[in-house]
Design a protein around this ligand. Structure first.
Ligand code: V0D
Length: 247
């Protein structure tokens, strides 16, 4: 899909983050098992990745699995853990053709070895790609990320590489899983819940928040376009008065 003519390509978000909520409920509403919702959700990931790349988005971050999701039934978790490998197997050719680079946010410790191997392979295979960064937040929690960040900074202080007086916001940004990436300009959460749910707590400080009352499997290219329009609207209304969307 091409960028619509009446959308200002100069005022698009650089970084879009999405909480892909409502997959289980989408399935339950249809009398299907929750796993069918996750499968349908993965189809939406395929479409939205294409769509975001076509719009020229520089970074797309998808909340795939939170540190809290381990509390779900073991059969559901086992099913979810196969999805990264499956996604990468089916999409790798297109990701390479588009020059998309995969990264993972979250704690690698605790991810099943087979799943981690699949993700790491995807990260390595696409590491030199020059295009859109596709972040999968996986075994991710915002507070846990901040704990890992503080630990790595503390280690550098202990080693004498860093002195406490020089620690500033940039130091923290440079130690997060998102180091080197701009903060999200726009967060989209589907399914109508209006919470952050421990997602990117530091990085979302200045982001526009958009809550879409649709289950993730029903989120379409048109919904993505509407999100882009809504973002531009907010920029126009506040442009020149408030800080830019990058803080
Ligand atoms: C299920 C909706 C892609 C949310 C989307 C294990 C729930 C489909 C990935 C994926 C999931 C992750 C890493 C990677 C490549 C792909 C994925 C999970 C769930 C959690 F490198 N979809 N997807 N991972 N769902």
């Amino acid at each position: 899909m091409a960028v619509a003519a009446d959308v200002d390509a100069q005022r698009l978000p650089q970084h879009v983050a999405i909480i892909m909520d409502g997959n289980g409920r989408w399935a339950q509403c249809r009398g299907l098992p929750r796993t069918a919702g996750h499968r349908a959700g993965m189809e939406t990931v395929r479409r939205v990745v294409r769509c975001a790349d076509d719009w020229g988005i520089r970074v797309l971050t998808l909340f795939a699995f939170s540190t809290e999701n381990w509390r779900r039934p073991v059969t559901e978790v086992a099913y979810l853990m196969r999805l990264p490998g499956e996604y990468l197997r089916s999409e790798m050719d297109e990701l390479m053709a588009r020059g998309i680079r995969i990264q993972m946010l979250g704690d690698r410790v605790g991810v099943p070895a087979l799943t981690l191997r699949a993700v790491e392979r995807g990260v390595v295979q696409t590491a030199a790609n020059p295009g859109m960064v596709l972040n999968f937040a996986f075994n991710y929690g915002g507070r846990a990320e901040l704990v890992r960040t503080v630990r790595s900074i503390a280690k550098e202080v202990k080693n004498g590489q860093l002195s406490p007086e020089t620690i500033d916001e940039q130091t923290i940004a440079d130690h997060l899983d998102t180091r080197g990436l701009p903060d999200p300009d726009l967060l989209i959460r589907t399914s109508g819940e209006q919470r952050l749910s421990n997602y990117l707590l530091w990085q979302l400080a200045y982001s526009e928040l958009l809550f879409v009352p649709k289950f993730w499997p029903d989120f379409s290219e048109m919904d993505f376009e509407m999100a882009m329009r809504e973002f531009q609207h907010r920029q126009r209304r506040f442009g020149g008065v408030s800080v830019s969307n990058n803080g």
